[in-house]
Each structure stands twice: as structure tokens, then as C-alpha cells.
Design a protein. Structure first.
Lengths: 303, 345, 323
């Protein structure tokens, strides 16, 4: 247990000062690695990130991401030239699927971040201050939860005009109720912990209590939800695309591609199938990652 | 084989697999419980008291637990080599157990009557037991089951009255949250003793209770022990309770029974340095300020216990051989008084 | 003994009980019902009682972690109840609390250094080097090691955690500590270590203790003066030896007799009380202990609430037996 605290350069000093933290991370990593499935989740996500951010440099037909037509090869099945086949304009489905990965991941991130941020703020306020403020916020949350978010998003996008940006925006502002609920419940329980009372006892101010004592102890639950949620955010965006209020042609987007491909399903199975598989992979990957997170961060598993 | 010997644990060794390594929870535990005795098992948190008790009922979760050596006999029968069904019957008919927290030992969604009837039912043979518990209250629609349940209910009422719940007939259909802590512990005692047990394992039965309620419960246990001719294994860290209740005491430290003897011997002439330290650590009647002394240091990590005697790093009499030689075997320090320490061998 | 450091007068804390469809107040739990306490400087004052007696609420109310319903809390002559929230925050440096459960009273996401250093930061004792020096000093004061500084609470045993809590409480040199069952979650050998530490610190730093506990042996070991609480009321106050040698209130007598003594040869005759403490307040205008009292006089005890009065020199009892 004893580690020499003598400073050997800044690295040695950093290690000595953060040995508790390092130990913590090593344990977490160990526990995470215990479950194969979550490691698979990480692998899937790393793969997706790689595809998303390098994809446009190595796809075979970068031009196909826009408005090009090759009528002579329209709706061809998978072949060596077109791994995932071609669509009704003769564009390469592989190129477009890869291209769409980036859109989906960025959109997912934005939606979860914005929604999470609003939710944490509102939930935090409701949980910590309680009383009438909490009543108002929580009833609003209830109303939002009672309404399917996708319909609201649909209405917003319809009003603003269909575009991928508007779809992201609409989903972001309908995404917070879940987080609000979660954070409020978490804050309520953490607030009753003795160490929060102890912090009040040493004279800590409200912001200090909230930011140093309450929120860090709610973080693990939020992270678990966010990682599980990410897949659903991607899915919802695709749903808007499917209905036609999300990404507009020619921008490649999984939902829109599946929707379009549906028309040609009887004789072009590949058109819908490959974007579908990509979507499945994303949702699946983030879900099992969330499971892994929960195993690592669950306070009951600690000690 | 001595007929008066109810439980004998010989050289029991138990490991627990954790993600930090293998925790050597019990290291050659030896323990005897004679018929009619109340044996106090004393020790600090994590010293293996509960695990020792659970090994008698073979209730240690395996995995992560693993019994690496030793034997456990109950009424002369080898507990570790019985089939699961034999064990279930043994637990149901011969063993009674009560635990520290009377709140979590009762299921909040069933009335105490239903819970007691289920357990009383399970004390009979399997076919009846499964019929009783699987059907639950619905079973009352079938005449034979109804008869069984009625019998069990009678028994439950009788036991509740016996443990001092006067208005048993009215309370039996109440839910656990309608009872106070002391009352819940009474219900649990009634349930545990509803069979024909010969051993009661009481694991910190009064730790969660207030002093005046503790006194009530201890008195109740004493009375029941006399009446039902029970032997008791009383696990506690409260030396006062031990002094009050027990004829025999076993002191455990870090997975080893370091001293065993009559209560008088243990309290009046303790031999093992740990027992001596423990006696010095408790304020009693008339202790003045500065007169008690803690044992320096902390309980060892069982993942990597000290070699030799597990107590030697905290022991003021530690000798070189305490760290070098394997753990000391128990030696007699008087009639029916055993101590595991190199000072006496 | 010295001057009065803390005086509590007519302290009341009622928790509303809400019920019905619109969550109206339908009554109240009288957790603390009109109590007076005087703690002198340098003294260890014990507050004893079973769970539900209101002793913890008294401690928290004095620190205004729970707002009192009524009454005065005079600390060095200043009424704490009249202070604004920010004035109170400053005053908290003078009075600190040690909690019962060492597992939940330390923030699991902070290192020992941050936990112990936090009060120093809040009360602007210093930063960087100076702060670190002070934290190291405190850590060694409570008997922990330097390389514990950067570890997280869950890596420590219960006794060590309680030491961390003590270091945090002592950081800004308070005059008074309110200790809420500081050793009841600890094992005996560790309990003795912590009690010794507390005694030593008291001598060294001239601290005043308000020691809350249900363990009479511990109270006797630590305290100079004791108040015994039952259902929000103080039933008996006396010097610690008086309480143990000459308990006057029937409840005190019963509690003392029921306290298990670690001596198999000396087992006093027990007075076993019937029934249990009830949380829902007793009958208005009756002795709260009446229903369980072995010496009750139904006519009087059921009609008239006994007042706390001095029966012997410095020995106060609230019981009709001594009227």
C-alpha cells in the first residue's frame, strides 16, 4: 500500500498524488473487461468511429454521396465493384452507408449532449430545491413524457421545414425529460446522504454542495443512461429520416435510405438491408457498452 | 463418538474468490457445540463468525466460496457430504436460524402468517411442502391443502403466542411493516423455532435493537432455550451479551478460533493476547477515563494474511517463531479451555 | 469547570406529518419537545437515549442542519437561531459534527486530501502549499499515514474512515464537536482506539464535546455530565457518576440494569421494560414514559406531565416519584 511519495519529476509526483485514482481506474477497467460483451461493444464503437471519421477518404466512390447518376448500373446486387449493391440512381450503397455513419454519430452525440444538459440542469434544480419549483418542472416533464417525443419532434421539424439540422434540433429539445427524471431521482437520494449533510456542517455553500458533492455522485447513473440512450437517439433520427422530415436527398442517411429502399424491396433487398445492419450495429454497440458501464459504475458493486 | 456433542467443526478451511484474488476466509477453524450449551462466537467484523455458522447449515454460497478442507459434523453426520435434499430437510427440521436485521429477513409483500405457513409447511416432506408453497393462498381451494394450511396456521399462532405476541390471532394477517423492530425479531424467532430444532444459530440477533428491547429478546431466547432444550450458537461482537447469555465462548480472529473456553475462563483469565486485548478494549462498569486500550493496528487483509499466526503483527508478545512457523494448533490451557498461541506451547 | 459554552433553551423540533389527498398537515412528530441543556467549556456532555428518543435531532438542530421549530440555542452567548444563513456558515467553523456512519459520511468521489482540505478552503485558511501542510498535520494528528492522502474512502476500514471524519471536523480548529454515535458502527478494539483518540484530542486541543450515544458504557467512559432522553424529553440530568451510582428515574434504572455487562460473574437483577418506544408522541399532558413505567401511578402519571427539577445537587429528574 505504501508508495514512495518522493517526487521523481512531474510524472512521479503526478503518479504519487493520483495513486488512488489510478487504482480506481485499474479496478474499473478490470471489471469492464470481465464482461466480454461490453468489450465487444467497445470494439464495435471504435470500429464505427473509425468508419465515421476516415470513411470519406477511402470509400470507393466519394462522388456517390451527392447527386450523381449511373443509370446503366441502377439497382445492381452486391458485386465486387459495389459491395452492397447500388441504388435506384446507380449510386454505390456501400459508399453511402459509410458516409452516413458520420452524420448519425454526430447527430446522436449532439442530441444526447443537449438533451442531457437540459435534463441535468432541470432535474438538478428540481431535486435539490424541491417544493414548488420541483412541482412545476416535474409536471412539465410528465407532460413531455406522456407525449411520444418523436411526434413532437415531427411537429417541430414540420414547422421548421425538413432538414437534418432541424431534425437534430427537434430531437435535442424533446430528449431531456428522461434525464430530468433520472437526475431528479438521483439528486433526491444523494441529497440525503450523510456526506452532503457533513458538507453543510462544515459550512459549504450551495453551489459547492451541488457541484462537488451531489452531481459527481449522480454522474455514473447519467453516464449509463447516456450510453444506452445514444443508440435510441440514432434510431429516432433515422425514424425522422424514414418519414421524410429528416435528412433530405441527396444527403446519405440510414433512415432515408431504408425508406427509399423499401420501394424496391421485392427486387433489391440490399438497398434497405445494409443501412439497416449499420443501424443495428450502432444501437447494439452502444447498448452493450451501457451495460458494461453499469457494471463498472454501479456503486453496489464497488468496495 | 460422544453423544452430547451436537456440532463439531474440524480444521475447516474456506476460501472466497474475489476479483482481487483468493480471500482465505477461514483457516483451520475448530469448534464444538455441546448439547444444551449456549456458545458465544465472538469476533470483529469480517473475522469469519458468520461463515463458520453458515458452514454448519452448508449455506455458504459456492461459488464464490470454496471449502478447501476440513469436516463439519452435525449430530455425528457429515454435513459436507449430504445431498441437497438431505440438507434441506436437516435445515428445515433440526436447525433454526435468526439474523441481525429483522427487516430484511421478512418479505414485505406477504403477511407474516403466509410466510410462517410456508416455512412450517416446508418442514415436512418435499411433496407436501411444494404443494403448500407453490400454490400459495390459492391452494386453500383444494381440500387437502386447506387442511395442511390450517394445521400450519395453528402452529404459527401457537408459536407467535409463545414469543410474546399476545394478540397473535389479530396480528398474524398483518404485513411486516406493521410490526416494530423488536416485534419482527419475535416473529422471526417464532418462525425459526416452529419446527423441532436442536440447534439455534443466532447471528447478531439484537445488534439492530435498542437496549431495552435487546433485554426483552435475550430474555425470550433464554426462556425458549430452556423450554425446547436447544443448543445455541450465538454470534455477536457485544461482549456484554456474551457474558450474560453464554456458558462457552469461542473467540475468532481473522478466520481462526484463537481461544475457546467457559465464559468464566475467557472473561476472568483470558490467555490469548487477542482475547486479553479485547477484554481491555471494552469499557464496563467502573472503567475510568484512559483505562481502556484499543488493540493497535487493523484487521489483516485476508487476501494476503500474515504468515504464521495471523495475529502476530498486532501482538505485543510476538516472537520470531510467530511469523515463521505455521499457525499454532490449539493447546489445552486448563479443563475445557483451549488456546492457539505459541506462548503456551 | 469553566464557563457555559452552549446553552439550549426550550428547544422544540416538530416534524409535520402529512396525509390525506392534498397532503395537509394532520399532526406532528415531536422529535424534540422543549428541552434545556447547558454545556460548559471543556466538558464532555453525554446525550443518551434509545432510537426514537430525539437525541440525534438535538445534535443536528444545534448545528442548524435541521431548523428548530422553537427555542434558543446560545453559543458563546449568541443565539444561533437568529443568525442569517451566511453568518451561520461562518460560525460553523466553531462547531463541527462527527457522524455515526463512517461509510456514508465521506464523499466516495473525493480523496482524503480533498475531504480534509475542504473546510480549510471554505473558511479560507489557505491554498496550495499551506493547505497541504495543514492537511498533513491533521492526518498525523488523527493517526493516519501520509500516503493515505491520495486515496479514496472506500479503501479504508471503518475506524480509519472515522479518523478521516475527525480530521475533517478538526481542520478549522472548532471549539466544540458534536459526536453522533461516533463509535457505534465500529468493532470493539477499534472503538477503543477511537475513544482514546477523542480523549487525547480533547485534552490537547481543549475541546468541548456533545457526545450522543445509546451505549451507556461508552458514555460513562467519555462524559462528565449526562442527559437522558426519552421521546423528545429529557428525563434525567446529572454528573456521570451520579447517574450510574444513583439512577433516580425508573427509565434510567431499567436501562442501566438492561445494559449487558461484560462480566459473567456480575449480572445485576434486570428490570425488563414492557413494550417499545413509540414514535408518535404520547398523550398530551401525561408522562411519556408512563405506559412502560414499572413504578407508574396511573392516576397521576397519566394526567400530569412531570417537570424536570433539581432533586439533589446538580441532579435533575422529571418524575412524580420525587415531587
Amino acid at each position: 500500500m505504501s508508495v514512495a511519495v518522493e517526487a521523481r519529476g512531474w510524472w512521479g509526483r503526478w503518479r504519487a498524488e493520483n495513486q488512488g485514482l489510478i487504482e480506481e481506474w485499474r479496478r474499473s477497467l478490470y471489471r469492464f473487461r470481465q464482461s466480454r460483451l461490453s468489450v465487444l461493444g467497445v470494439a464495435i464503437i471504435i470500429f464505427l468511429l473509425f468508419v465515421a471519421f476516415t470513411g470519406r477518404y477511402w470509400v470507393p466512390y466519394p462522388d456517390d454521396a451527392g447527386f450523381t447518376t449511373h443509370v446503366e448500373i441502377r439497382l445492381q446486387g452486391p458485386s465486387r465493384d459495389n459491395l452492397f449493391g447500388t441504388d435506384e440512381y446507380g449510386r454505390d450503397v456501400f459508399t453511402r452507408t459509410v458516409w452516413a455513419t458520420q452524420t448519425s454519430l454526430i447527430a446522436g452525440t449532439v442530441i444526447v449532449l443537449v438533451g442531457g444538459f437540459i435534463g441535468i440542469i432541470l432535474g438538478g434544480i428540481a431535486g435539490y430545491f424541491g417544493g414548488r419549483v420541483s412541482e412545476v418542472i416535474m409536471r412539465l416533464t410528465d407532460i413531455m413524457l406522456a407525449m411520444p417525443g418523436i411526434f413532437l419532434a415531427l411537429a417541430i421539424t414540420a414547422a421548421l421545414g425538413p432538414s437534418i439540422l432541424h431534425a437534430m434540433l427537434a430531437l435535442s429539445i424533446t430528449w431531456w425529460p428522461g434525464y430530468c427524471r433520472l437526475v431528479q431521482a438521483q439528486v433526491l437520494s444523494v441529497r440525503e446522504e450523510d456526506y452532503v449533510e457533513a458538507a453543510r456542517g462544515i459550512g459549504a455553500s450551495r453551489p459547492r454542495i451541488i457541484f462537488n458533492h451531489i452531481l459527481p455522485n449522480c454522474l455514473s447513473a447519467i453516464m449509463v443512461k447516456a450510453s444506452m440512450d445514444f443508440g435510441f437517439a440514432v434510431l429516432s433520427l433515422a425514424a425522422l429520416g424514414f418519414i421524410g422530415v429528416g435528412a433530405q436527398p441527396p444527403v446519405p442517411e440510414w433512415g432515408a435510405m431504408i425508406s427509399k429502399g423499401r420501394e424496391f424491396l421485392p427486387y433489391g433487398w440490399w438497398y434497405s438491408t445494409f443501412p439497416g445492419i449499420a443501424m443495428f450495429l450502432t444501437v447494439f454497440g452502444f447498448n452493450i457498452l451501457g451495460d458494461g458501464f453499469r457494471d463498472v459504475l454501479d456503486p453496489r458493486a464497488r468496495r | 463418538m460422544d453423544n452430547d456433542l451436537l456440532v463439531e467443526i474440524k480444521d475447516l478451511r474456506l476460501n472466497f474468490r474475489t476479483f482481487d484474488g483468493i480471500s482465505k476466509v477461514l483457516n483451520r477453524v475448530n469448534l464444538k457445540i455441546w448439547r444444551g450449551d449456549i456458545l458465544g462466537l465472538v469476533g470483529e467484523t469480517g473475522c469469519g463468525k458468520t461463515m463458520t455458522a453458515l458452514s454448519i447449515a452448508r449455506l455458504i454460497p459456492c461459488p464464490p466460496g470454496e471449502i478447501v478442507g476440513g469436516e463439519v459434523f452435525f449430530e455425528g453426520e457429515d454435513v459436507l457430504h449430504k445431498t441437497d435434499e438431505e440438507m434441506r430437510l436437516l435445515r428445515a427440521q433440526k436447525l433454526a436460524m435468526i439474523f441481525q436485521d429483522p427487516t430484511t429477513s421478512l418479505n414485505p409483500v406477504f403477511t407474516i402468517g403466509d410466510q410462517m405457513i410456508d416455512i412450517i409447511g416446508s418442514r415436512t416432506d418435499t411433496s407436501k411442502a411444494s404443494r403448500l408453497s407453490m400454490l400459495g393462498s390459492l391452494g386453500s381451494l383444494i381440500p387437502t391443502v386447506r387442511k395442511l394450511r390450517r394445521g400450519a396456521r395453528e402452529r404459527a399462532l401457537e408459536m407467535l403466542r409463545r414469543v410474546g405476541i399476545g394478540d397473535a390471532a389479530e396480528r398474524i394477517d398483518d404485513y411486516p411493516h406493521q410490526f416494530s423492530g423488536g416485534m419482527r425479531q419475535r416473529v422471526l424467532i417464532a418462525t425459526a423455532l416452529s419446527g423441532t430444532p436442536s440447534l439455534l444459530i443466532a447471528d447478531e440477533p439484537t445488534t439492530a435493537l435498542d437496549v431495552s428491547i435487546q433485554a426483552q429478546i435475550l430474555r425470550l431466547i433464554e426462556e425458549l432455550v430452556d423450554e425446547l432444550n436447544l443448543s445455541v450458537l450465538l454470534i455477536t461482537h457485544n461482549l456484554g451479551v456474551v457474558a450474560k447469555m453464554c456458558q462457552k465462548v469461542a473467540v475468532m480472529y481473522a478466520g481462526v478460533v484463537v481461544e475457546y473456553g467457559s465464559a468464566i475462563d475467557i472473561f476472568k483469565s483470558p490467555k490469548h493476547p487477542y482475547t486479553i486485548g479485547l477484554m481491555r478494549a471494552i469499557p464496563t462498569y467502573g472503567t475510568k477515563k484512559g483505562e481502556i486500550k484499543g488493540i493497535p493496528g487493523t484487521v489483516p487483509n485476508l487476501l494476503d494474511p500474515p504468515r504464521g499466526c495471523r495475529f502476530h503483527p498486532r501482538c505485543e508478545h510476538a516472537m520470531p517463531r510467530c511469523a515463521e512457523e505455521p499457525a499454532p494448533a490449539p493447546v489445552a490451557a486448563g479443563p475445557d479451555h483451549e488456546v492457539s498461541c505459541f506462548l503456551y506451547s | 469547570m469553566g464557563d457555559t459554552l452552549l446553552a439550549v433553551k426550550n428547544l422544540k423540533k416538530y416534524f409535520p406529518v402529512r396525509g390525506g389527498l392534498f397532503r395537509r398537515d394532520i399532526g406532528s412528530i415531536k422529535a424534540v419537545d422543549d428541552i434545556d441543556l447547558t454545556v460548559e467549556e471543556g466538558q464532555s456532555f453525554g446525550l443518551v437515549g434509545e432510537s426514537g428518543s430525539g437525541k440525534t435531532t438535538v445534535g443536528k438542530t444545534i448545528l442548524r442542519l435541521v431548523e428548530p421549530t422553537e427555542g434558543e440555542i446560545l453559543f458563546e452567548g449568541r443565539d444561533l437561531c437568529k443568525l442569517s444563513e451566511s453568518e451561520m456558515r461562518h460560525l460553523r467553523a466553531e462547531m463541527q459534527m462527527i457522524f455515526q456512519d463512517p461509510y456514508s459520511s465521506l464523499n466516495p468521489r473525493m480523496t482524503v486530501k480533498r475531504i480534509v482540505g475542504e473546510p480549510l478552503l471554505i473558511h479560507k485558511w489557505g491554498k496550495g502549499r499551506a493547505l497541504e501542510e495543514r492537511v498533513r498535520e491533521l492526518i498525523s494528528l488523527v493517526g493516519l499515514m501520509e500516503d493515505h492522502l491520495f486515496r479514496y474512502p472506500h479503501e479504508f476500514s471503518g475506524g480509519q474512515r472515522q479518523r478521516i471524519g475527525i480530521a475533517r471536523a478538526l481542520a478549522v480548529e472548532p471549539k466544540m464537536l458534536i459526536l453522533d454515535e461516533p463509535t457505534s458502527a465500529l468493532d470493539v478494539s477499534v472503538q477503543a482506539q477511537v475513544l482514546d483518540l477523542l480523549l487525547e484530542l480533547q485534552k490537547r486541543l481543549n475541546l468541548t464535546y456533545l457526545f450522543i450515544s445509546h451505549d451507556l458504557a461508552v458514555i460513562r467512559y467519555i462524559c462528565d455530565r449526562v442527559a437522558l432522553m426519552y421521546m423528545g424529553k429529557v428525563l434525567e440530568v446529572a454528573a456521570v457518576e451520579d447517574i450510574f451510582q444513583n439512577p433516580m428515574h425508573p427509565y434510567t434504572q431499567a436501562l442501566l440494569s438492561a445494559m449487558p455487562v461484560a462480566d459473567p460473574e456480575y449480572q445485576p437483577e434486570e428490570i425488563i421494560l414492557e413494550g417499545e418506544i413509540s414514535t408518535l408522541g404520547g398523550q398530551e399532558g401525561a408522562c411519556r414514559f408512563g405506559p412502560r413505567c414499572p413504578a407508574r401511578d396511573t392516576a397521576r402519571c397519566g394526567k400530569e406531565e412531570p417537570m424536570l427539577q433539581e432533586v439533589e445537587d446538580g441532579h435533575l429528574v422529571a418524575c412524580h416519584l420525587y415531587d
